[in-house]
Design a protein around this ligand. Structure first.
Ligand code: DX5
Ligand code: ZN
Length: 222
């Protein structure tokens, strides 16, 4: 099993406090900044974009984890400031050429990740095994923060881990995104998840001070 890592979902930050939040994330040695890119087409919402990613890069050294919920990502990847250490994920259904998009991420020097919607079958991984460093298992339908876990996706995490291991791809990591609460994170970890997108269900909540919430999430996924 890989070491567990946390990727806070930046769309859940109070943007009026962005600078303070980034300072706290640096102090907490957060592994990635999860940046949701939505185009109102692939998902029913708009969020962040390439300029915002550039601002994050200028503000701190934490690698980005750019989650592209956009159509035809292979045509748009070049707009983003991707580099060594960053992840970028594209959805299997987002364009006609997922392998082309994954290769473009690799060519940019970043780590390619294929995102699976809750209804996307695990077997689609067969054709991209050599083109990915990670699989993003969506545990809610993408588009919004604050949704409820789709319980069946827990078994899917286990299936993805087994699918990869049986084919000799033990090095490929699994990220989970959607309702990663303290309790759900524990169950996702047991199922085989490595990277946890932390949003309104855990660290971006008014129920607990931010630093305390990060410590609590870390201990849930140890
Ligand atoms: C979309 C986002 C959301 C969200 C996660 O891909 O990454 O899933 O911000 O946070 P929750 O589900 O905890 O609000
Ligand atoms: Zn996301």
């Amino acid at each position: 099993m890989h070491a567990s890592q946390i990727a806070p979902s930046i769309m859940c930050v109070d943007f009026l406090k962005l600078e303070d939040t980034l300072d706290s994330l640096k102090r907490a040695n957060i592994e990635y900044l999860h940046v949701d890119i939505m185009d109102g087409e692939f998902v029913p919402n708009y969020t962040l974009g390439p300029d915002f990613c550039r601002s994050l890069k200028a503000a701190c050294d934490i690698p980005l984890d750019v989650h592209m919920m956009i159509t035809h990502p292979e045509r748009k990847l070049g707009w983003f400031p991707l580099g060594s250490g960053d992840y970028a994920s594209v959805h299997y259904e987002a364009g006609n050429h997922p392998i082309r998009a994954l290769k473009a991420i690799r060519d940019a020097g970043a780590k390619p990740m294929l995102a699976l919607n809750p209804a996307t079958p695990v077997c689609v991984l067969e054709s991209v095994l050599d083109d990915i460093d990670a699989v993003l298992v969506m545990t809610v339908n993408p588009g919004y923060a604050g949704q409820k876990l789709i319980e069946r996706t827990l078994d899917k995490i286990t299936c993805v881990r087994r699918f990869l291991d049986e084919r000799g791809y033990e090095h490929v990591r699994i990220e989970v995104d959607g309702n990663v609460s303290f309790e759900n994170a524990k169950r996702m970890r047991r199922a085989g998840a490595d990277i946890f997108v932390a949003g309104t269900s855990s660290i971006f909540t008014s129920a607990m001070p931010f630093d305390e919430a990060i410590i609590k999430l870390r201990s849930a996924i140890e």
